[in-house]
Design a protein around this ligand. Structure first.
Ligand SMILES: Nc1ncnc2c1ncn2[C@@H]1O[C@H](COP(=O)(O)OP(=O)(O)OP(=O)(O)O)[C@@H](O)[C@H]1O
Ligand SMILES: [Mg+2]
Length: 222
């Protein structure tokens, strides 16, 4: 199984006078769901944005199976290796459900027909009925929209899924649904799922729990 390793990562926002991430070292594996927990402002989203290739750390190394991630083309990393799921779903409102999912594949050069077939499979995997794929996102429930967002992130082909409070806008029932999709993706389909969460249930069901506290990250139970 592939391993994503961070070593001695630090990060400071421009004009800030202190590091937000302080010597962070951690490891995530394909086939596992990991939770990152910790108080507001402790640096969880910042860490995720570095993993997502949206920001570059001031110091440290990121390695994916012996490949130096920080020397890779960041656009390729963002498009092919990692994919991000947000609390607010961030679907394209002017595209149908189906088009939201085919879009990243078309960006990666997958022919339209093939993209559509894959998209319908991903939508089925997350439990979105075929007839709903023609709707616009605003005509779905919040839980359904989040499942479409997960299908879209699978469509990029990325094996590393990063989720920032993915159940923050959902009720208990929908939260359970999303957790079981993530667990299935990790345990049955070999994805590396990394979830920032306040939800104790997600943390309890995760294979590894990392606690962020004032920019420092520690593995629970280690
Ligand atoms: N663009 C920015 N410029 C300067 N400082 C920032 C910026 N974004 C975040 N910060 C600061 O960095 C620290 C970590 O923020 P971050 O968003 O990573 O926290 P978090 O753990 O995700 O919190 P929450 O649980 O509230 O989402 C906070 O002190 C925050 O104020
Ligand atoms: Mg955050």
């Amino acid at each position: 199984m592939a391993k994503l390793t961070l070593e001695h990562i630090s990060y400071r926002y421009k004009k800030a006078d202190a590091d937000v991430l302080k010597d962070v070292s951690c490891q995530f594996e394909e086939g596992e769901m990991a939770a990152i927990i910790g108080p507001s402002g402790s640096g969880k989203t910042t860490l995720l944005s570095i993993l997502a290739g949206l920001d570059e750390p001031g110091a440290g190394a990121i390695d994916l199976d012996g490949k130096n991630v920080l020397s890779m083309d960041r656009d390729l990393w963002r498009r092919r290796e990692v994919s991000v799921i947000f609390q607010s779903f961030q679907l394209f409102p002017m595209l149908t459900v189906l088009e939201n999912v085919t879009f990243p594949m078309e960006l990666n050069g997958v022919p339209k027909k093939e993209a559509k077939e894959h998209a319908l499979r991903y939508l089925e995997l997350v439990g979105i009925a075929r007839e709903k794929s023609r709707r616009f996102p605003s005509h779905l429930s919040g839980g359904e929209q989040q499942r479409v967002a997960i299908a879209r992130s699978l469509a990029s082909g990325a094996k590393i899924l990063l989720a920032d409070e993915p159940t923050g806008n959902l009720d208990g029932e929908n939260t359970k649904n999303i957790i079981s999709i993530f667990m299935r993706l990790a345990h049955e389909l070999g994805y590396c799922v990394i979830v920032v969460t306040h939800d104790t249930e997600i943390a309890e069901l995760s294979d590894a729990v990392w606690q962020m506290s004032d920019g420092k990250l520690l593995k629970q139970g280690a």
